[in-house]
Design a protein around this ligand. Sequence first.
Ligand SMILES: C[S@@+](CC[C@H](N)C(=O)[O-])C[C@H]1O[C@@H](n2cnc3c(N)ncnc32)[C@H](O)[C@@H]1O
Ligand SMILES: [Zn+2]
Length: 276
Amino acid sequence: MTTGLDGVLPLLACPICAGGLTRRDGVVGCAAGHRYDVARQGYLTLLGPGSRLDTGDTADMVAARQEFLDAGHFAPLTAAIVAAAGPGPVLDLGAGTGHHLRAVVERSGDVGLALDTSRLAARRAAKVHARVGSVVADAWSRLPVRDGAVGTVLNVFAPRDPGELARVLRPGGRAVIVTPTPEHQQELRARIGLLDVDPDKADRLVRAMGPALTPIDRTPVRHVLTLARADVDRLIRMGPSAYHLPADRRQAAVRALGETTEVTLSATVSVFAARR
Ligand SMILES: C[S@@+](CC[C@H](N)C(=O)[O-])C[C@H]1O[C@@H](n2cnc3c(N)ncnc32)[C@H](O)[C@@H]1O
Ligand SMILES: [Zn+2]
């Protein structure tokens, strides 16, 4: 079986001319002569006109996410994502370290394409599973993926362009989108001043998907985690508040916590179907 990047190359499109990509002598390119770099660490960078890389997670955020997820704290969420996923190939948009994608491809036997704007995340995702290929690209530009190439798109706490999801899904394919609820990490919100979640987030998602994708299912995932201080610290560092909360304030707030802290994991797993 073709593995890693080679396994997902048939799904990819040149970000400049949208042509198919092949690899020859270690170089990936299209028939029109556009060439792309495969990093030593195994991921491919596909940037087109207007692609930006400045919204991706930093090295510290990625390291904290990897440690936190590897400890299994979000296992109920991963299980709900696996249950909601349809047939492959599977694209994970804003895949981070590829943690949830690994679980989906392990279960389905399909190939997985991890796409993220953070090189540090892409480096981790490139090693997460033999059937996962990792690409650095920007979810806010045209995705470097061929029309109708994938059966399932995962999008977990990450940005998305609904029109692009609809374009890359094959007819009848499904998008599995995970958004936080206002209850998510509420204990830390109150004590540490994390950013609030829009209470209307899941409904707004359905409206944003508009005519391109039809809502077919919505599952709440709620679990109260008991976390040691070091895990609370990782959870804060891996989330969007990491951009706003100075490290010394975070460390002081975490030191003031007890040995363990109860933190609610609360998210909505929304499933949408692409038109047949
Ligand atoms: C909160 S993390 C979630 C990561 C992963 N889905 C998970 O649940 O473990 C958000 C991810 O989106 C990525 N991201 C942010 N802006 C992006 C963009 N414009 N295009 C692609 N990925 C982006 C970040 O680098 C980060 O890995
Ligand atoms: Zn090209």
